[in-house]
Design a protein around this ligand. Structure first.
Ligand SMILES: Cc1cc2nc3c(=O)[nH]c(=O)nc-3n(C[C@H](O)[C@H](O)[C@H](O)COP(=O)(O)OP(=O)(O)OC[C@H]3O[C@@H](n4cnc5c(N)ncnc54)[C@H](O)[C@@H]3O)c2cc1C
Length: 470
């Protein structure tokens, strides 16, 4: 650990126990392993203690103490992040939000839900849908916490129509490392009142403050959904159909793409057959609306646009069972690729009209470097998930080939006008690529922001921006 930080000692652990209670502090035993990693396989770091506060006040006490003692604090939700963001790479304290898990209010006049940071996305979806509302963001991993979604500005499959997490947050409660508790935004739909401090925390990956509560924007739950499974002779044809779908005048809820290999992996992972299996590539399109007529006429327009763009067929999934056969498979793509294999991912986002170029380039990289590369993603918003697969590669070969493949993919992403991360964030794993992609001035301004919000530099140090002084 750099000289700048201290290791928690027995007194510090005792302090945490006094604040949160003994049962809400762990400092030894096999459970510690669970807090030494997230879903990014090669980033590891053991905390000296894991603490489970139950209120903003407790978070405030912990952060004041950690600032005074210069102990790193890594905030953690469910640990489903894909870039090492929740891993305590410099040790210290992991502050886990999972006991702040209450839905505080669903306000049917203002169309908002106010929730604590540790509530799971799936719990929010179920609770609001039971009341006829819709929380639109739909990232693939439903066991993530809303705090984690906010901290990474998670995207997901409905972003093309309803925006990402940032677009669906009305208010936040945040605790600074100095212990101040800020209530930012609120239930109002508009706000031009000074700088948007609230937005500074969204996507800041636990480096600026700890989110303890959020007020979410709700919409009326769409009454009807219908899905289309559209097979194509090649991925290029599938991707090239996307602008045609958009030009049909219909904005689908989701437009995802996948190649046959990823679909087969999901089939064997789930033990369920996909409704169509013979085409090299597919678009998965979901439409929503308030009446049967509305979604059926949207289906005609979108289906015809796909056929005019060269689709082999257009399969309609309109019963809940048919729709879940398509979307359960889509939800399992990542888990299926990761199952029994080591993978590293590139979550680059490019303008929608450049996505085909990047997907094609992944094939060139696979050949040039000699690795298997699989990809799927959000065709509607240009966000690709590209996976470099280790398969049976020896460690030495993997360590040589993986960075070569990643360098090439990120470089082409940049040339195509893209950004390093569309939705998974930077954490520690993507920092070198972010540093190549943003200007020195931007990185320096981010570092200055970090020291303004977190003067002791204890919040998730080394993530997103370089450690100060390094
Ligand atoms: C199978 C799978 C599918 C996925 N699909 C998607 C997808 O479609 N779209 C997408 O965007 N992501 C996806 N993800 C990534 C992941 O689920 C998201 O990044 C999610 O937002 C992380 O939430 P979490 O609660 O697990 O956060 P963690 O992993 O615990 O933390 C993530 C980051 O947020 C910070 N953080 C967590 N809580 C707080 C808080 N309360 N205050 C401040 N900082 C905090 C942490 O310090 C860390 O930097 C997927 C992951 C998996 C494993």
């Amino acid at each position: 650990m750099p000289g700048k930080f201290d290791r928690p000692n027995e007194n510090d652990i005792r302090f945490l126990q006094e604040i949160c209670g003994e049962k809400d502090v762990i400092s030894s035993g096999p459970l510690m392993d669970d807090y030494a990693r997230d879903e990014m396989p090669w980033v590891k770091g053991y905390p000296a203690a894991v603490v489970f506060p139950e209120s903003a006040q407790e978070v405030s006490e912990i952060l004041k103490h950690a600032s005074a003692r210069r102990i790193p604090v890594t905030t953690r939700g469910s640990g489903t992040g894909l870039c090492g963001g929740a891993v305590p790479t410099l040790g210290g304290i992991v502050l886990c939000t999972t006991k702040m898990n209450r839905i505080l209010e669903i306000d049917s006049s203002n169309f908002t839900a106010t929730v604590e940071a540790g509530v799971l996305l799936t719990t929010i979806h179920q609770a609001v849908e039971a009341r006829g509302f819709f929380y639109a963001p739909d990232p693939g991993e439903k066991t993530a916490t809303i705090g984690g979604n906010i901290a990474t500005n998670a995207g997901g499959m409905r972003a093309i129509k309803y925006g990402v997490t940032r677009d669906n947050i009305r208010g936040l409660q945040v605790v600074l490392s100095t212990g101040e508790i800020l209530n930012l935004g609120g239930k109002h739909a508009k706000n031009s009142t000074g700088y948007s401090l609230m937005n500074a925390f969204i996507g800041s990956e636990g480096t600026l403050g700890v989110v303890t509560q959020a007020t979410l924007r709700l919409l009326p739950l769409p009454k009807q959904t219908l899905s289309l499974l559209v097979p194509f002779a090649s991925l290029r044809d599938a991707i090239r159909a996307v602008p045609k779908v958009m030009e049909s005048g219909i904005l689908p809820q989701s437009i995802e793409f996948a190649e046959k290999g990823v679909i087969f992996a999901a089939e064997s992972y789930l033990g369920k057959r996909f409704p169509h299996r013979t085409a090299p590539a597919y678009l998965l399109i979901r439409l929503d609306g308030n009446s049967r007529e509305e979604v059926t006429s949207a289906m005609d327009l979108v289906g015809n646009a796909c056929l005019a763009a060269g689709a082999d067929d257009v399969l309609i999934a309109d019963t809940p069972e048919q729709q879940s056969a398509v979307w359960d498979a889509r939800g399992a793509f990542l888990a299926a690729l990761k199952s029994g294999n080591e993978v590293d991912e590139c979550d680059v986002v490019v303008p929608r009209d450049r996505i085909a170029d990047l997907v094609e380039y992944t094939k060139e990289v696979a050949e040039e470097v000699g690795v298997r590369i699989e990809s799927f993603g959000h065709a509607g918003d240009g966000n690709l998930h590209i996976y470099v697969m280790r398969d049976t590669m020896a460690q030495e070969e993997w360590e040589e080939k993986l960075p070569r493949a990643m360098d090439l993919l990120y470089e082409r992403g940049r040339e195509l006008g893209g950004m390093v991360s569309g939705e998974h964030g930077i954490g520690v794993a993507k920092r070198p690529y972010m540093e190549k992609s943003l200007s020195e001035d931007e990185i320096a301004l981010m570092a200055r922001m970090k020291s303004l919000f977190d003067p002791a530099g204890i919040l998730n140090p080394g993530k997103v921006v370089p450690l100060s002084g390094s």
